[in-house]
Design a protein around this ligand. Structure first.
Ligand code: UT7
Length: 318
């Protein structure tokens, strides 16, 4: 499997830490020092499906193929505009594709899970061109009165086209069932028979527990995929870590003994965009001309589940 095109799209509305201070008991100092985030993008008059479709169209254009050449689309998404149909079905219509489509929810690790699934489809010759779109509207999930969570997140979409080739050198996925430290319940409807109705769910997070999980699993995963692929950390051009918190990035970086320049960041401008954070980061690097054929990229993500995933990719674009 190799990545042949990337794209991303962001909502136009920028929300700074100062703006959050107008309705929350928080400060720019607290948010930047604890998280590294100074602003984020949030959906206002756009819809997530259009954002996802725009990222997808850019990735197709970058890959030089049409939507009609796609054999499969996988959307990674936690909460789309509909419970059903899935986001991928809506995006398919918007970009004019005709391939089978489905969604996966592996929280913030969804992009890595989708890459692994795409590889399986390519390896079994069930598909030649696959579109992966990671699109998240976390601003629709958080309680905007809860300063401990809403300041952390942002919305966005990232997409890649993958085709056959030599690129994905190693993958490692993991799941540790835990519905205590990071979760959001589903509304149960108004069934008169349901005794435990959930009416007003919002995202709940024990930040310190997620933090501990993230730091230990991410460093361990990256070391494992590097070992699997026979690549040394010093030979990695960029480590693309899920953009959750700059302190997590720093802790993982110091465990890997690598320089800051190898850890690109969009967290400061975009907040935590869940599974979209890594493909957006990848698209930024690609469009800035910072990737050359042969470059080694290590990716690592973690999130609600608890799930974790990491991979090593050799950039073979042309
Ligand atoms: O995508 C994966 C999902 N999430 C993550 O990866 C998040 C991982 N965890 C984290 O990034 C950090 O745990 C947080 C940034 C969420 C929190 O940082 P922390 O250093 O663990 O802070 P804390 O939760 O221990 O809170 C410290 C204090 C508390 O006040 P008291 O009890 O000490 O008086 C909080 O009430 O900071 C308070 N606080 C705030 N103060 C100002 C919490 N949120 C805010 C806020 N502004 N926005």
């Amino acid at each position: 499997m190799r990545i042949t095109g990337t794209g991303s799209e962001l909502p136009k509305r920028v929300v700074t830490n100062d703006e959050l201070m107008t309705f929350l008991d928080t400060s720019d100092e607290w948010i930047t020092s604890r998280t590294g985030i100074s602003k984020r993008r949030v959906l206002s008059d756009e819809s997530l499906d259009k954002l996802a479709a725009s990222a997808a169209a850019k990735a197709l254009e970058n890959a030089g193929i049409g939507a009609n050449e796609l054999d499969l689309m996988i959307c990674s998404n936690v909460m789309g505009p509909y419970i059903t149909p899935g986001l991928s079905c809506i995006v398919q219509g918007l970009i004019g594709a005709h391939c089978p489509c489905f969604d996966i929810n592996a929280a913030c690790a969804g992009f890595i899970y989708a890459l692994d699934m795409a590889k399986a489809y390519l390896d079994s010759n069930k598909a030649a061109n696959i579109l992966i779109v990671s699109a998240e509207a976390v601003s629709h999930m958080t309680d905007w009165n809860d300063r401990a969570t809403c300041v952390l997140f942002g919305d966005g979409a990232g997409a890649v086209v993958v085709s056959k080739g030599e690129g994905l050198r190693a993958v490692r996925l993991g799941t540790t069932s835990n519905t205590e430290v990071l979760y959001q319940k589903q509304i149960t409807g108004n069934s008169p028979f349901e005794l435990n109705q959930v009416k007003d769910p919002s995202l709940v997070m024990n930040g310190q527990e997620v933090y501990k999980f993230a730091v230990s699993v991410s460093a361990e995963d990256v070391k494992a995929v590097l070992e699997q692929s026979g690549i040394q950390a010093q030979d990695v051009k960029y480590f693309l870590l899920h953009q959750a918190n700059h302190r997590i990035l720093e802790a993982v970086r110091s465990r890997l003994h690598q320089g800051k320049e190898k850890f690109p960041v969009n967290l400061d401008r975009l907040g935590n965009t869940s599974s979209a954070s890594i493909p957006i980061l990848l698209d930024e690097l690609n469009r800035q001309g910072k990737l050359s054929d042969g470059d080694i990229l290590a990716m690592s993500a973690f999130g609600a589940g608890l799930v974790n995933g990491a991979c090593v990719i050799q950039w073979n674009f042309k």
